[in-house]
Write a protein that binds this ligand. Structure first.
Ligand SMILES: [Fe+2]
Ligand SMILES: [Fe+2]
Length: 195
């Protein structure tokens, strides 16, 4: 069987086929856009392309709707679907490093894997902050408002702050800058994110 090419378009197509909930899709778009922004921040690092960084975000949770009642299958399903595609081995490793606390397939190691690990929770947190703004828009969200809520343990308490704060140790980016880059990427795509 000839394998399909994994491009941004075919990744979005796969996402849409497997995930029907609009908010879940938007989380995937958000992480994709944020990773593309970090690719630029890291000055086009060697290895995967910017498109592949974005694909890592678009697909990291593509199987989430299907596996949400069976988290041990999250990423395993995705890896099975990707067997039909021509995928860079390095990109497959990124997916293997996601949900690793459960699957134990691979600990995050590369810059892209750690960026995904840290921004995954943060994008959801920023959405939560936007939703408590008077207009419920990203436009009104600032780095300060995010950091203030970040320190309030009872706000969006399911968000793992420690996972986000690892950006300092694992990526050498202070939390303030990490939040700022993530927020900017989301603001630049507010239409896509419905915020
Ligand atoms: Fe996930
Ligand atoms: Fe996610």
């Amino acid at each position: 069987m000839t394998k399909k090419l994994l491009t941004k378009d075919s990744a979005v197509e796969l996402l849409h086929e497997k995930m029907k909930n609009q908010n879940l899709r938007r989380h995937c778009y958000a992480v994709g856009k944020v990773l593309a922004q970090f690719y630029d921040h890291f000055s086009s690092p060697a290895g995967l392309t910017k498109e592949q960084w974005e694909i890592a975000g678009i697909l990291h949770d593509a199987d989430w709707e299907i596996t949400k009642d069976n988290p041990a299958r999250h990423t395993i399903e995705l890896l099975e679907w990707l067997e039909e595609y021509e995928v860079e081995p390095e990109l497959l490793e990124v997916f293997r490093s996601h949900n690793t606390k459960t699957t134990k397939l691979r600990l995050p190691q590369t810059q892209l894997e750690w960026t995904l690990e840290c921004c995954d929770e943060l994008t959801g947190f920023i959405v939560a902050v936007a939703l408590v703004m008077p207009e419920k828009k990203l436009e009104q969200v600032t780095v300060e408002s995010i950091l203030k809520k970040f320190r309030q343990k009872e706000f969006a308490r399911q968000v793992d702050r420690e996972q986000i704060s690892q950006c300092e140790e694992k990526l050498g980016i202070n939390l303030n800058d990490f939040v700022s880059i993530t927020l900017n990427a989301m603001k630049n795509n507010s239409g896509l994110l419905g915020l």
